[in-house]
Design a protein around this ligand. Structure first.
Ligand code: IMP
Length: 221
């Protein structure tokens, strides 16, 4: 029987990205979210610790139709801004729900120059995602990073969270990120994740990379 990967998340944008990546494997992918109040959002120093805590909580609240061989997936991500020493990092959720994208843009307002390449360096940031899978009683973790920079103004459209203010660096032929000022065959052409379609975001996404890293560790992947 085809196993189901149960993804614990209330975020439909994250679920869509994970489902799109996992569709290349022979798994069903379903979203689940236990009742409000039964899970807490841990505050910890690393995304790995947060993901592990979420996974331990998820295991206590398995979905009703969970079957033998099914897996539980959790994922935690954050935006790390170099000029702010990695802030908001593990505080990304709180910062997004308080000062929001406009607040981040204001915090970096002094970091712009006429030259787009040096602006991109000054405003550099990366997304990091940690995906953790509970599979046959074992925990497997994967990490993924997407480097880029913070836009001077928000570009709305698709996406969620910090997507409207994050511009990924171009990627080379092997999908490896380039440094600012280097143009590669995979590019959003200066557009933020918020302004591009989700299949293009997928090429750059820290989440896809974390899932790749994780599922490459499974013998059946
Ligand atoms: P979470 O704790 O993993 O849900 O994410 C922390 C914060 O980062 C939330 O405000 C998310 O909306 C935001 N975030 C996570 N992943 C992404 C992404 O891929 N794009 C934009 N924002 C994201």
């Amino acid at each position: 029987m085809t196993p189901t990967v149960w993804f614990l998340t209330g975020n439909s944008g994250k679920f869509a990205e994970a489902r799109s990546y996992l569709s290349e494997f022979d798994y069903h992918v379903k979203q689940f979210m236990p009742q409000t109040g039964s899970l807490y959002e841990p505050q910890a120093e690393s995304l790995e610790v947060v993901a592990e805590s979420k996974l331990s909580q998820a295991i206590q609240h398995l979905p009703d139709d969970f079957s033998d061989g099914d897996m539980i997936l959790v994922e935690d991500a954050g935006l790390f801004i170099s000029a702010l020493d990695g802030f908001p990092g593990v505080y990304s959720s709180y910062v997004h729900s308080t000062i929001g994208n406009l607040g981040i843009i204001r915090l970096l307002s002094h970091l712009t120059t006429e030259d787009p390449v040096s602006s991109a360096s000054l405003r550099s940031a990366h997304f990091k995602a940690v995906a953790a899978l509970w599979c046959n009683g074992e925990i497997i973790m994967g990490q993924g990073v997407c480097p880029g920079h913070i836009a001077v103004e928000a570009m709305d459209g698709n996406g969620f969270g910090f997507d409207p203010i994050f511009i990924p660096y171009d990627l080379d032929d092997d999908f490896e990120p380039l440094s600012p000022g280097n143009y590669g065959p995979h590019s959003t052409h200066g557009e933020t994740f918020g302004a591009i379609d989700s299949s293009t975001k997928q090429i750059f996404s820290h989440r896809t990379r974390a899932l790749q890293n994780l599922f490459n560790q499974l013998p059946s992947a």
